[in-house]
Each structure stands twice: as structure tokens, then as C-alpha cells.
Design a protein around this ligand. Structure first.
Ligand code: X2X
Length: 339
């Protein structure tokens, strides 16, 4: 009897010790990386995730936002590697910036694959989204939820662009993956890869003539002030955001706290997608109107004009399909077809 009581007491103290050890292994701060800061929906999603996590874990998990991909010196294409290495604890990252390491994420950048927001949802909210989360898990990063940067439109300082011929010889800043070099070269333009931090001075100095980004980003970054006077609504691709956590950090949290972080990501992601899509539709063109009010000429190519962009970039689509995986691209096309 005494022996049994002694054993029970030992077990209880071990449990307490275990609990304390787990609590002590929580760090005072977890670093969350984003490219854009709180002036943009992307950075706001970071703040919101942190706020919801604090609430749902009763303050046990404190997340601090590091915008400007500052934990990797602004080099957004190194963000994914830094998450794997534990330099970054959590991130909300664009599929574009992670696609140099996760080749399947180039899917979203295939020129003219995604025609509209429903097309994005058909991928992220369906089988393709699940497949891509499995791919990210194979890279030893924990994916939790989808957000959105948005449909990327083309701007420049020189002239209205309606067809590939209008882009001939024009210098464009492009992002992340080499796929973009191929796409812009196929269109007859002269692409240069650089980070977002470098893009704005390059536009201001005229080192490059144009760039591509979602309208909400164009507007919040005030790209009209750096000479971007022409905008083409060509809807050539859309980049989702993915909420992730470093796998060791994830493993260090209790199951209940992990679930809280996941639910917070799902909620912040849902709110982020809604915000990213505001003001850029026929029903609510408020952001487009603001951009026009700032002196930017907005061009919407006709179906025939758009078809010329699609045709010119088709070889790039086919080349990159092999890199991404033919099965995955076929699945994506089928899901978009049924949207
Ligand atoms: O660099 C960009 O253009 C941006 C901010 O949209 C991304 O990080 C993909």
C-alpha cells in the first residue's frame, strides 16, 4: 500500500516536472516573417495571426512580426530555407518566393493558368491544395492555412501595353522563380530578377521600366509615385500566401496550442483572402478607381488581345509543366475547368 502510494506520488511529480519542462521550453518570442508590412493586407494578416494566437493560447505563444523579410536581409527567395533552418519560426509566404525551393509551387505562376479568384479557390481549397501541403510537409515545414497576395497585373512607365509587341525591349523587374524570366522573355521583354526592397528604387531611378504585382499592392505602395503610369489588367497569374511553422517549433508546443495556432491561421487566412480581393472587381472597383485618380491609365485587354499573351507564353507553360509535374498541372486544370 505504502509502496503503491509512493509510486503514485512519483508519477505525479514526474507529470508535474514534465509539464513544467514543456512550459519552460516555450520561448519568450516567436519570429514571424512576411515580405510586406502592416500597410498591406499581407502584413495585416501577420498581425492578425499573432493577435489570434495570443488570444487562443492565453498569451502562452507570443509572435512578433518581422516584415520586409528582414530575417533574411530582405532576400525573399531565401525565406523558405530560413524557415527550415529555424532562423524563422513562422511565416506567411508567397508561393512565388518559395518556388525556387519547392518546385511544385511554380504551379500558380504558370502564365494564364488561373483566370479568376474562383480559379485560385479551385486549387487552394481542393485536392491540389492538399497535395501541395503534403509537398511542403515533405520539405519538413508545417503548412497550416492559405491566404492571398492576389492577381498580378502589369505596370510600366512607358506606354499602354495591350499586346506582347507593346512590351518589346521593355525592362521589367520580376520576382523569385526563373519561370518569370522565361515568361517575360517569351513576351519579348527584358526581365531582371530582384527583391521587392530593390524594386522600388529601381523603378524610381528608371533602371527598370515596369513590374507586376496585385493592384492592392500597387496602390498601397504608391507605385504611381515611381513613374508607373500605365497598368494592364491581364490577370496572368495569382499568388496565394501560405501560413507555416518551423517543424521543431511546432513539435515544442502542446497539442492544444498547436490546434490554437492552426485555427488562428485558418481564420487570419480567410480574412486575408477577403481583404485581398476587395476593390478590384466589376462590382467593387474602388481600388482601380483610386489608381486612376492618381493619374494611372488602366488598360483592360480585349479577349483577342489577351489571347496573344497566352499564345506567346504557351511554350513557357509547357516547359514548366514538366518541372512542376504533369499530373499536378492536369489536376489543377481539371479543377479550374469545374469551378
Ligand atoms: O516581391 C513582390 O513582388 C511581392 C511583394 O509581391 C512578393 O513578395 C511576391
Amino acid at each position: 500500500m505504502i509502496r503503491r502510494m509512493f509510486l503514485a506520488a512519483c508519477t505525479a511529480s514526474l507529470l508535474v516536472a514534465g509539464g513544467t519542462a514543456a512550459a519552460q521550453s516555450y520561448r519568450a518570442e516567436y519570429r514571424l516573417s512576411t515580405v510586406l508590412g502592416p500597410a498591406f493586407a499581407w502584413g495585416q494578416a501577420g498581425e492578425r495571426w499573432a493577435e489570434l494566437v495570443k488570444e487562443k493560447t492565453q498569451g502562452r505563444i507570443h509572435i512578433k512580426l518581422y516584415p520586409g523579410t528582414s530575417l533574411v536581409g530582405g532576400d525573399q527567395t531565401r525565406e523558405f530555407t530560413a524557415i527550415r533552418q529555424g532562423v524563422i519560426d513562422l511565416a506567411i509566404g508567397s508561393t512565388i518566393n518559395w518556388s525556387p525551393q519547392v518546385r511544385e509551387l511554380n504551379l500558380f505562376s504558370l502564365p494564364f493558368l488561373i483566370p479568376d479568384a474562383k480559379g485560385t479557390d479551385a486549387l487552394t481549397q481542393g485536392e491540389v491544395g492538399k497535395d501541395l501541403f503534403k509537398v511542403i510537409e515533405r520539405h519538413e515545414v508545417v503548412p497550416l492555412a492559405w491566404g492571398e497576395n492576389g492577381s498580378r497585373e502589369l505596370s510600366n512607365s512607358k506606354r499602354p501595353i495591350r499586346t506582347p509587341a507593346d512590351m518589346k525591349g521593355m525592362k521589367f523587374r520580376v520576382v523569385g522563380s526563373p519561370l518569370f524570366l522565361d515568361t517575360f522573355s517569351a513576351l519579348g521583354a527584358n526581365p531582371t530578377q530582384m527583391s521587392w526592397a530593390d524594386a522600388q528604387p529601381a523603378l524610381a531611378s528608371g533602371a527598370v521600366d515596369g513590374q507586376e504585382n496585385p493592384l492592392a499592392v500597387f496602390n498601397a505602395a504608391k507605385l504611381h509615385n515611381v513613374g508607373q503610369k500605365h497598368l494592364t489588367l491581364w490577370h496572368y497569374m495569382s499568388d496565394p500566401l501560405i501560413f507555416v511553422v518551423n517543424k521543431d517549433v511546432w513539435a515544442s508546443w502542446s497539442p492544444a496550442d498547436r490546434e490554437a495556432v492552426r485555427q488562428a491561421a485558418i481564420q487570419a487566412g480567410r480574412e486575408n483572402v477577403e481583404k485581398a480581393r476587395k476593390g478590384i472587381t466589376a462590382a467593387d472597383p474602388s481600388i482601380i478607381k483610386q489608381i486612376e485618380a492618381n493619374g494611372v491609365a488602366v488598360v483592360a485587354p480585349t479577349a483577342a488581345e489577351r489571347a496573344a499573351f497566352v499564345a506567346a507564353t504557351r511554350p513557357v507553360f509547357e516547359k514548366w509543366t514538366k518541372t512542376i509535374g504533369t499530373e499536378l498541372v492536369k489536376k489543377a486544370e481539371a479543377a479550374i475547368g469545374k469551378r
